[in-house]
Design a protein around this ligand. Structure first.
Ligand SMILES: Nc1ncnc2c1ncn2[C@@H]1O[C@H](COP(=O)(O)OP(=O)(O)OP(=O)(O)O)[C@@H](O)[C@H]1O
Ligand SMILES: [Mg+2]
Length: 295
């Protein structure tokens, strides 16, 4: 069985006290402390034998693990974090169904989902540390530093929904933010194809101009993407674009804001030049930009 399906099926079958144990372990880990059966039994007012049995059971279900050489310490993993996030969303009626995987990135998995009101949503679970040390380094540079990958994943989700909540009301074409819990971000589901997969376009000049306009609108709203490329732009069947994947955004007051903005524009401009033969001087684009947003 696929891991997320297995986890989704556990949302309704775990007991209240099992959720309490996982939540307590999470709080302890956030405070830099490890969980042992003794500590958990004491803080939850439960018998030691009972807690030991429960941890063994959770371990068998691969929801907790015990690092080698660390005695009786137990830790959460991405599966239990998924479970806690799904539990929160389902308790609030925000997510009633989870469906197929619609995207896999280096740092996240994205699934289709359904809300209590019947809207289709994208459910993104951050998995920082799964691959690419390089990108993790960039997260650190963005002030997201944390040795702990679960904490980094939560911070990335927080940063991403924060950007979407600023940008969406300003009319920047981004997925509409719905809900964030832990390392999970729920947004509107976008029907579209990644720009990098598109071989021909009826009017590439116009699309490039519209993307540049969105980057400017985001800048005016106080947000620079910092990872903009043809891999993070979806093109809808009616030819509109949606910019996704915002966890590493910075404000225009960031010391490296200008070079990040330049890199974003260069990535897009050089892609349009190579793929569609559309030439747009980066300096010209930036020239129109640097007067806004406090840069
Ligand atoms: N709201 C959405 N609706 C539909 N598909 C989406 C949505 N968000 C993401 N996707 C799909 O999932 C893929 C990965 O998403 P995203 O770029 O946000 O994750 P990522 O792990 O940060 O990617 P990477 O690190 O590889 O750039 C996208 O390329 C896209 O195909
Ligand atoms: Mg991406």
């Amino acid at each position: 069985m696929k891991e997320l399906r297995r986890i989704a099926s556990l949302v309704g079958s775990l007991s209240e006290v099992e959720f309490k144990v996982l939540e307590t372990m999470e709080r302890m880990a956030d405070g830099g402390r490890a969980s042992t059966p003794e500590i958990l039994a004491r803080s939850l007012g439960l018998g030691l034998d009972y807690v030991e049995g429960m941890l063994e059971e959770l371990n068998k279900r691969r929801l907790v693990w015990s690092p080698r050489g660390r005695g009786r310490e137990y830790l959460l993993n991405f599966s239990s974090l998924d479970l806690l996030a799904l539990h929160s969303a389902s308790r609030r009626g925000i997510l009633t169904h989870i469906g197929v995987k619609v995207g896999v990135g280096k740092e996240a998995d994205i699934y289709a989902g359904m809300t209590g009101e019947g809207s289709a949503v994208g459910v993104k679970f951050y998995r920082i540390g799964r691959t690419s040390i390089k990108k993790h380094k960039r997260f650190r540079e963005a002030g997201l530093g944390a040795a702990n990958y679960l904490v980094s994943s939560k911070k990335a989700a927080q940063r991403e929904i924060q950007a979407l909540r600023i940008l969406h009301p300003k009319g920047v074409p981004v997925p509409a933010p719905v809900y964030r819990n832990r390392h999970m971000v729920i947004t509107s589901l976008i029907e579209g194809e990644l720009l990098v997969d598109i071989r021909s376009l009826p009017d590439p000049e116009t699309l490039l101009s519209e993307i540049v306009r969105s980057v400017k609108l985001a800048l005016e709203a106080g947000v620079i993407h910092c990872d903009l490329s043809a891999y993070n732009i979806l093109v809808t069947p009616d030819g509109r674009h949606v910019i996704i994947d915002w966890p590493q955004w910075v404000k225009p007051s960031h010391p490296n804001a200008e070079s990040y903005l330049r890199r974003d524009i260069e990535n897009v401009a050089s892609f349009f030049r190579r793929r569609f033969g559309v030439f747009r001087p980066v300096e010209e684009v930036l020239g129109g930009f640097l007067r806004v947003g406090g840069l």
